[in-house]
Design a protein around this ligand. Structure first.
Ligand code: NAI
Length: 306
């Protein structure tokens, strides 16, 4: 049973600040604005902010075509009016209730940003990271003790406006009222929250990545072709997309990078080593620049092949 009413101690979120105006940050700012939050979007350059606003307005006009076909401009403008932008990180968090960070996947850069914001945001403000593969606790430790109680992972999926799932990651320090506030705001955004501990890959990627890697091992051994494995999983397991289509979509470099990060975590027993052993075929494709859809070739060839 999902309740939309937070416990009485949980502060209600009205203002949202999103860091990173890329693919994910733009999507998060958009769904925040659509749910009626006052949104500030922040990035390091004006160009990046412009890029983010472009992503949002394109996506909104697609939504408007369905929801308000007679007034596409009005619908888009009303939501865009809820979004401010700034390159001044300190100013971006003045008075905000929630920070969602969606900047580059680097522990150092994320820690530097949160360490700085900790001294600028009000003490009640909740901090959340959209990291896919880093430890939420390690990022949170860039902040003071009190903020660590108001710190969690909030993991959205790409494309954010279309994907319903949000994983809420609790560290041992995350307080119940922080968790309740985050659950309430994700429900307000029209998302379906699930909860997970701060473990490698959380829920979805923890199960998905080993499955994708095992699919590549099957091809490497010559057990079946990518085409047949995709057909098998689509028609036999009811998956909307087979593993090789998904690998090409996610990017082979990204997959290899995640596996490498997890191998380091396997040393401390957080995930079993056998699941993330290096795969020659994967490394070979990455070296050849066959990264998937974005490079025009991965396991399949695409029209933009270079
Ligand atoms: P992206 O590369 O599209 O965007 C990152 C943005 O962050 C860029 O506009 C960059 O200028 C900005 N940025 C870098 N350093 C900054 C700083 N110090 N302050 C403010 N802005 C800064 O990246 P994307 O794909 O949107 O990923 C962002 C985060 O979301 C990463 O942590 C990633 O792991 C995570 N994520 C990505 C998913 C995906 O499918 N791409 C899915 C779920 C999570």
């Amino acid at each position: 049973h999902l309740s939309t009413s937070p416990s009485s101690s949980a502060p209600k979120i009205e203002r949202l600040t999103v860091f990173g105006a890329g693919l994910m940050g733009a999507g998060i700012a958009q769904v925040g604005a659509q749910s009626g939050l006052k949104v500030t979007l922040s990035d390091v350059t004006d160009k990046a902010l412009e890029n983010g606003l472009n992503i949002i307005s394109k996506s909104l006009s697609r939504v408007a075509k369905k929801k308000s076909p007679d007034d596409i401009e009005g619908f888009t403008k009303k939501i865009m009016d809820n979004i401010e932008t700034t390159t001044d990180a300190g100013k971006a968090v003045e008075n905000t209730d929630l920070v969602i960070e969606a900047i580059i996947e680097s522990i150092k850069v994320k820690r530097d940003l949160f360490g700085f914001l900790d001294s600028k945001a009000k003490s009640e403000c909740i901090f959340a990271t959209n990291t896919s593969s880093l430890s939420v606790k390690e990022i949170a430790e860039s902040c003071g003790k009190e903020r660590q109680e108001r710190f969690a992972g909030l993991h959205f999926f790409n494309p954010v406006p279309a994907m319903k799932l949000v994983e809420i990651i609790r560290t041992p320090q995350t307080s119940t009222s922080t968790y309740e506030s985050l659950k309430e705001v994700t429900l307000r955004m029209g998302k379906a929250p699930v909860t997970c501990n701060d473990t490698p890959g959380f829920i979805v990627n923890r199960l998905l990545v080993p499955y994708l890697l095992e699919s590549i091992r099957m091809v490497e051994r010559g057990d079946a072709t990518p085409e047949d494995i995709d057909t098998a999983m689509e028609l036999g397991a009811g998956y909307p997309m087979g593993p090789f289509k998904l690998l090409d979509f996610v990017g082979l470099d990204t997959t290899s990078y995640i596996a490498q990060g997890w191998r380091e975590k396997a040393a401390s027993g957080q995930i079993s080593k056998e699941l993330v052993e290096p795969i020659e075929l994967l490394e070979k494709l990455v070296k050849e620049g066959k990264l998937g859809r974005k490079s025009g070739q991965g396991f399949y060839e695409y029209e933009n092949k270079k």
